[in-house]
Design a protein around this ligand. Structure first.
Ligand code: PHE
Ligand code: FE
Length: 290
């Protein structure tokens, strides 16, 4: 969401002023539905025991296992009944203020295109699989649903305060790449992980990345990479904790404090960190050497 290279200056032709477009479900080809099914089956096998309880429950109650790319109208109806969220289609990335307005009003914007069969493992822009399979199940959780709505309002405020860079890191390390400590062990809830075949194993099993207890200020100071596996994951204790902390904290003084401090490079461990796994960073080093 900080990579703005694909953002247009105005809504695409045929789009509304809020940048949404009709999903036009009937335009998907059998080949496109097949890409969804392939991706779905692969993740559905991998995620029990890895994804958080909240995520798996969402996948189930929203009936996302039905074959083919989900119809947003049908999906929104289910979701609306559970938490009051809707899913609306957009052609690609939208400007930050537009995005935050949708979120603050419980509308989740999802790309309506799907990756090509030769792009199953990696894609730069979020497609319907990442957006719907990755994000929407978490929106069926009442607490997480509140968190994302509050984040939308927080985003509008961060824009005014010139602090979006910092708030976006919170999104990155929770909504996209968050881990949660369940009684049985670490679980994934971040959408960028649950929608990735490789990272849903790497994030939990690989000795390379650091896994650090979530700390709000620390997270908002930490850089991230958008083009590879993460070198840090931050672990929350519960969604209730995350919601309470972010909603009850006034971020304005935090932003001021953080802006006066240097950013923390990825993979760096700070003195105050509660480190759950001190990563070897072998994966990142191996890449750099190649
Ligand atoms: N409380 C934050 C603020 O004062 C807003 C926020 C809420 C941000 C929830 C993220 C998540 O700006
Ligand atoms: Fe995403």
């Amino acid at each position: 969401m900080t990579d703005e290279t694909h953002v247009l200056d105005c809504p695409a032709e045929g789009a509304s002023p809020d940048w949404t477009i009709p999903q036009d479900w009937s335009h998907y080809t059998p080949g496109e539905h097949a890409v969804w099914d392939t991706l779905f089956d692969r993740q559905a096998k991998l995620l029990p025991g890895r994804a958080s309880e909240a995520y798996l429950r969402g996948l189930d109650v929203l009936k996302l296992s039905k074959p083919g790319i989900p119809d947003f109208e049908e999906l929104s109806e289910r979701l609306m009944g559970l938490t009051g969220w809707q899913v609306v289609a957009v052609p690609g990335l939208v400007p930050d203020d537009v995005l935050f307005d949708h979120m603050a009003n419980r509308r989740f914007v999802a790309g309506n295109f799907i990756r090509r069969p030769d792009q199953l493992d990696y894609l730069q822009e979020p497609d319907v699989f990442h957006d719907v399979f990755g994000h929407v199940p978490m929106l069926a959780d009442p607490v997480f649903a509140d968190y994302l709505e509050a984040y939308g309002r927080g985003g509008q405020r961060a824009l005014e305060l010139g602090a979006l860079k910092h708030l976006a890191r919170l999104y990155w390390y929770t909504v996209e790449f968050g881990l949660i400590a369940q009684p049985e062990g670490l679980r994934i809830y971040g959408s960028g992980i649950v929608s990735s075949f490789a990272e849903s194993r790497f994030a939990l099993d690989d000795p390379s990345p650091n896994r650090i207890a979530f700390d709000l200020k620390r997270v908002m100071r930490t850089e991230y990479r958008i083009d590879d596996f993460q070198q840090n994951y931050f672990v929350i204790q519960s969604f209730d904790d995350l919601l309470r902390l972010t909603v009850e904290t006034d971020f304005a003084p935090l932003y001021a404090e953080i802006m006066a401090q240097p950013d923390v490079p990825v993979a760096e461990i700070l003195p105050g960190d509660v480190v759950l796994t001190h990563g070897t960073q072998d994966y990142a080093r191996g890449k750099a050497a190649r």
